[in-house]
Design a protein around this ligand. Structure first.
Ligand code: NDP
Ligand code: 2IT
Length: 449
């Protein structure tokens, strides 16, 4: 099915482009959602009457600020900080912070927009938001990271709160950065307010399973798509791009479910290890020593490092993009299909271009879009907020089971919604419509705000 924009929605989309010039990733994310909403407006004329689409495309609040900091030699640097508080109909703004040199408003807005529908799909009380900075953490000392995080929070704190806006990690932001930001928030506000950030350390308010949640959740989602096709991970050859948080725990869960991950990557190159990726080594290199993935081959002589390589050229049955946006284009998607790929689950946000998505949908493979497949991370953040609110800490297995149940429900919701709207097996249609309807109904109920 080739998506096309409904004639009522086309002028709304054109207005979004005009009002947000140059924000190409934001336009892409809005187009992907609006292309699926035509039939919803037929069933729900009240959404048109209340201008829900126009309202949902305009963030409730956008904050852009200066982040000055000093490096170890005393030189001053200026970065730009962002927080886009997109929609709070269902709960406090919730979504990660990304530190990467490519960050600008268009990236934060695409992530924030997708987050609204993703968070709604979890069924938990969280609105949508996203933030970050064009700061590049690569090569920075621990002290430099701390000073940057403190400066970032010195402005951001006034916009946060457990009932207002609750950030977490994303690219370039993990437990270390959340720690420095939590410390600065506590110092400025004089409040030990656990619920203000998620992804905290286990000794100071964090939740078991949050570190693993996005990768585990994405794998559970793909497992559900495979089950529908009377299939499983057992014996499947898989490739998982990236080598950060999402990639690592996707690989861990795939392996537990009987699959074999033969390749991972970073922005410089690809590791191919036919025997199966040695995950303990990847954890040691990336989580502890903060090194590059190319160092993997100095420990495994039978593995190959392909400088500047394209991981999607490696034959696999299941592909799980877990690095960044637009990492699979139309050509990559065709190559994956030709090589026998039967399932794609997006751990990353918007990793497949519109052309790539078309190829997957036309081929009829199991394609799980990010806002459904990677919702396990933010869902477990919401479980962390529940534990913080009750000053409780749940055991690992209990929390993992909750995560698995949430992913099973999201899959079932997307699957049923796609059928209901005449697009069976199309999880793009299912995820966009199911997520949108939950938010739209709440927006109608809350009045014109
Ligand atoms: P990490 O910072 O832990 O890891 C990011 C990985 O992706 C690294 O291997 C990095 O390589 C690679 N990467 C990042 N940017 C690029 C780029 N422009 N080109 C090529 N490779 C790149 O981040 P996460 O694992 O947390 O995030 C990965 C993806 O998952 C993102 O799309 C994020 O939005 C999404 N996500 C994350 C969630 C979470 O809970 N953390 C939840 C839901 C989605 P290098 O080191 O070379 O930069
Ligand atoms: O994209 C995402 O869902 C995240 N980076 C996680 C957000 C969160 O608040 O846990």
């Amino acid at each position: 099915m080739t998506p096309h924009m409904d004639e009522k929605l086309e002028p709304i989309f054109q207005e979004v482009i005009q009002r947000n010039p140059g924000e190409t990733e934001f336009h892409q994310a809005v187009r992907e959602v609006l292309e699926t909403l035509g039939p919803v407006l037929v069933k729900h004329p009240e959404f048109t009457h209340h201008k829900i689409i126009q309202r949902i495309c305009e963030p409730e609040r956008q904050i852009i600020f200066r982040v000055p900091w000093q490096d170890d030699s005393g030189e001053v640097h200026i970065n730009r900080g962002f927080r886009v508080e997109f929609n709070s109909a269902l709960g406090p703004y919730k979504g990660g912070l990304r530190f990467h040199p490519s960050v600008y408003l268009g990236i934060i807005k695409f992530l924030g927009f997708a987050q609204i529908f993703k968070n709604a799909l979890t069924g938990l009380p969280i609105g949508g938001g996203k933030g970050g900075s064009d700061f590049d953490p690569k090569g920075k000392s621990d002290d430099e990271i701390m000073r940057f995080c403190q400066s970032f929070m010195t402005e951001l704190y006034r916009h946060l709160g457990e009932y207002t806006d609750v950030p977490a990690g994303d690219i370039g932001v993990g437990g270390r950065e959340i720690g420095y930001m939590f410390g600065q928030y506590k110092r400025i506000t004089n409040r030990w307010e656990a619920g203000v950030l998620t992804g905290k350390g286990l000794d100071w308010g964090g939740s078991l399973v949050r570190t693993e949640a996005t990768g585990y959740g994405a794998t559970f989602f793909v497992n559900e798509m495979l089950k529908v096709r009377n299939d499983s991970f057992e014996g499947k050859i898989c490739t998982v791009s990236g080598s950060g948080n999402v990639s690592i725990y996707t690989t861990e869960k795939i392996t537990e479910l009987g699959g074999k991950v033969v390749a991972c990557s970073d922005s410089n190159g690809v590791i191919y290890h036919e025997k199966g990726i040695d995950l303990e080594l990847v954890k040691q290199l990336k989580e502890i020593e903060r090194r590059r993935i190319k160092d993997y081959v100095s420990y495994h002589k039978d593995a190959k490092y392909i400088t500047g390589g394209n991981i999607w050229e490696i034959p696999c049955q299941v592909a799980m993009p877990s690095a960044t946006q637009n990492e699979i284009n139309g050509k990559d998607a065709k190559r994956l299909i030709q090589n026998g790929c039967i399932a794609v689950g997006e751990g990353a946000n918007m990793p497949t271009t519109p052309e790539g998505i078309r190829v997957f949908l036309d081929a009829g493979i199991a394609y799980g879009p990010g806002k459904a497949a990677n919702a396990g991370g933010v869902a477990t953040s919401a479980l962390e907020m529940q534990q913080n609110a009750s000053r409780d800490a749940w055991p690992f297995d209990f929390t993992e089971k909750k995560l698995e149940d949430i992913m099973i429900n999201i899959h079932a919701d997307c699957f049923a919604t796609a059928e209901e709207y005449g697009a069976p097996n199309n999880y793009v249609v299912g995820a966009n419509i199911a997520g949108f309807i939950k938010v739209a109904k709440a927006m109608v109920a809350l009045g014109l705000i």
